[in-house]
Structure formats: C-alpha cells, structure tokens
Design a protein around this ligand. Structure first.
Ligand code: 13P
Length: 346
C-alpha cells in the first residue's frame, strides 16, 4: 500500500469548495429516476444523460473533485468516442466507482440488510484501477425501527455491515484505491433526530473498531455518512441549526482526526436543505473540526438537472445550467459561504 498516494487522493477529494458527484445509480435505480421524468432507461440514454453532467465544465472544474460511477459507466464512451473517464479527468476531477453488489436481506434478521460484494473484489478493484478509478464506494444500509421500537437496528446488523465495510476498505487500499466507507442510517422512518444521533454514533464507533482490526490506514480513507436529521415521517423536524450542532457533535465523538474528510450523502433531503445543512456546519464549526466536511450528493445534485432534461436532447443546456447551479451552491456550502438568497439567482 502506498499510503502517501492514497492520502493525496483523499485530500484532493475534499479540496476547498469541492465535493463529489454521486452518479453511480445502479441500473434499477436509474430506471426509477428516469421513469419519474417520463424517460425510458436505455444504455444510450443513460450515457447521454451522464455525458451531459460530465461536460458541464463550470461545475466539473470548479466544484466536483470526484465522480462516483457505476460499472457500466466506467466502461462507456461519449457520443464522440471519448471515454467518459477521460472527460472527467480532463475536467480535473477524479473518477471513482461503486463496487458493492447492493444491500440484500440479511438472513436471520428479518427487515434488515447486509451489503454484499466481497467475493472476487480484489480482481475487480485491480481492473477498475486500470480503467482509471482512484477511489471506490461501498454502501451499507441501516434502518431504524418505526413507532419508537428499539428492535432495529440490531447489533448483528450493525456489526456485519461494519465488518464488510472494513474488509472492502482493506482490499481497496491494497489496490491503490481510496475506500469511501458509507454506513448510511436511513432517514425513512418516524424517529427523532436524537434517535438518529444514537444509531449513527453506534454505527460509526463500530465501523472504526472494525477498520482498526482490518489494518486500514485511516489517512487513506473518506467517510460518507448521513447527517443527523429527523426521520422523514416524524411530526417534529429538527431545524438547520440543530442538525448542524448534532451532526458535528456526533462526528467529533466518533470519527478519528486522521480521517481527511467526511462527505455527506443527501439521502432524500431536499436540494436546498442539503446545501443549508452543510453550510451551517462549515460556517459555525469549521475551527472545531479536524477533518474537511463536504458533499457526495446523488439526488441533491441531480434532481434539478433530471427535471430540466426530461429525457429530451433539446433540454440538455437547461439541464447543464441546473446542475451548474446546484454544484455551485454546494461548493459554497463547503466553504460556509452559502446563503438562501443565492438560490434565487438561479
Ligand atoms: P444520495 O445523495 O441521493 O443519498 O446518494 C448518494 C449516494 O451515493 C448513496 O449511496
């Protein structure tokens, strides 16, 4: 393992004013996204849409440090034959790839999931490195029980997912690839922000114990977590300042200072909430945090361009403008310089 090289990549991913574009929707997920705008999901359509994003020069050069790709996309070329990986590199951004095989029902734990994909991962990582990937992503999914029940998550689920994340991370570092470790506590339930704090803190402490046991060098990793928010179905929603305060407190308690950066997922937050929350943390707590705080948004960067595109070639410039705007808003939020009034100048 060349730790110096891994550390350099991790630091570049969390460069000031920049973050990650998560464009690694699996074939099933992108189909759902396309259906929501009335577009059919074909290989060519998926290519055209993603090519549009990667050719949005203003966003890519100024605010996107890295792009997470799906297996299909890392092998695809633009309409003019240029590999999509090259488009990303030419914009000064780093290509990455999702390497997990998805969250599957966990045997013995009804209602809970464990992420699969370790078999053959060493060989796949070596191939992805050849194809240009310098970082990877593995997402674990942790759900919180409804109605205040304490049945989920179980210790078995938290532990199994942390263990798989650690084994993935060790294989990535061996292959010269920075592992993004993503233990996502879902915001789908009716739980309070306090319960989200408890579960996230537990999942993170378990994850860092497993990473230690797997001999993973934290300087060559990035964490991709959820923020501490109220469940979507909860009648009482934590405000922006409470989310910022609880999130920073939780991570200061659980994430070692040697981790170069934390890049949040958006997880179903509205575009503007995702920017406001990230901004509040960076504006209010920058001098209390040992790591950079940035974004690795899928929906919060792509919902607007998807709507603008609607599957029609004529709308590609409008889609690029929408993507450039969201990338700029989140770049500003990374610096703590975003304000709500900037949203109106779209
Ligand atoms: P969202 O920002 O849409 O949650 O997606 C980020 C991601 O990559 C989840 O794995």
């Amino acid at each position: 393992m060349n730790l110096e090289e891994l550390n350099k990549i991790a630091i570049a991913i969390v460069a000031p004013g920049k973050g990650i574009l998560a464009a690694d929707e699996s074939t099933g997920t992108i189909k759902k996204r396309f259906e929501s705008i009335g577009a059919v999901s074909t290989e060519e359509n998926r290519r055209d849409y993603r090519e549009m994003l990667f050719r949005t020069t203003e966003a890519m050069e100024n605010h996107v440090s890295g792009v997470i790709l799906f297996d299909e996309t890392i092998r695809q070329s633009a309409a003019d034959g240029t590999p999509l990986v090259k488009l990303i590199q030419d914009a000064g951004s780093i290509p990455g790839v999702k390497v997990d095989a998805g969250a599957k029902d966990m045997a013995g734990y009804p209602g809970e999931k464990v992420t699969e994909g370790l078999d053959g991962l060493r060989e796949r990582l070596n191939e992805y490195h050849e194809l240009g990937a310098r970082f990877a992503k593995w997402r674990a999914v942790i759900d919180i029980a409804r109605n205040g029940e304490m049945t989920m998550p179980s210790w078995g689920c938290v532990k199994a997912n942390a263990h798989a994340l650690a084994r993935y991370a060790a294989l990535c570092q061996e292959a010269g690839i920075v592992p993004i470790v993503e233990p996502e506590v879902l915001m789908d339930g009716d739980h309070s922000a306090g319960r989200c704090y408890e579960v996230t803190n537990w999942a993170l402490k378990t994850l860092y114990a497993e990473l230690f046991e797997a001999n993973v060098a934290l300087e060559g990793t990035i964490l991709k977590p959820n923020m501490i928010v109220s469940g979507k179905l909860s009648s009482s929603q934590a405000g922006v300042d409470e989310v910022a305060e609880k999130t920073v407190k939780c991570f200061r308690d659980a994430v070692p200072a040697s981790v170069p950066g934390i890049v949040f997922l958006s997880g179903g937050q509205s575009d503007q909430a995702a920017s406001a929350h990230l901004n509040a943390m960076n504006a209010q707590y920058k001098d209390q945090m040992p790591w950079q705080l940035s974004f690795s948004y899928g929906r919060a960067l792509q919902a607007a361009p998807l709507q603008a595109w609607a599957g029609k070639a004529a709308n590609l410039p409008a889609a690029q403008a929408a993507f450039a705007h969201r990338a700029r808003m989140n770049g500003l939020a990374q610096l703590g310089d975003w304000t709500e009034s900037m949203e109106q100048t779209a």
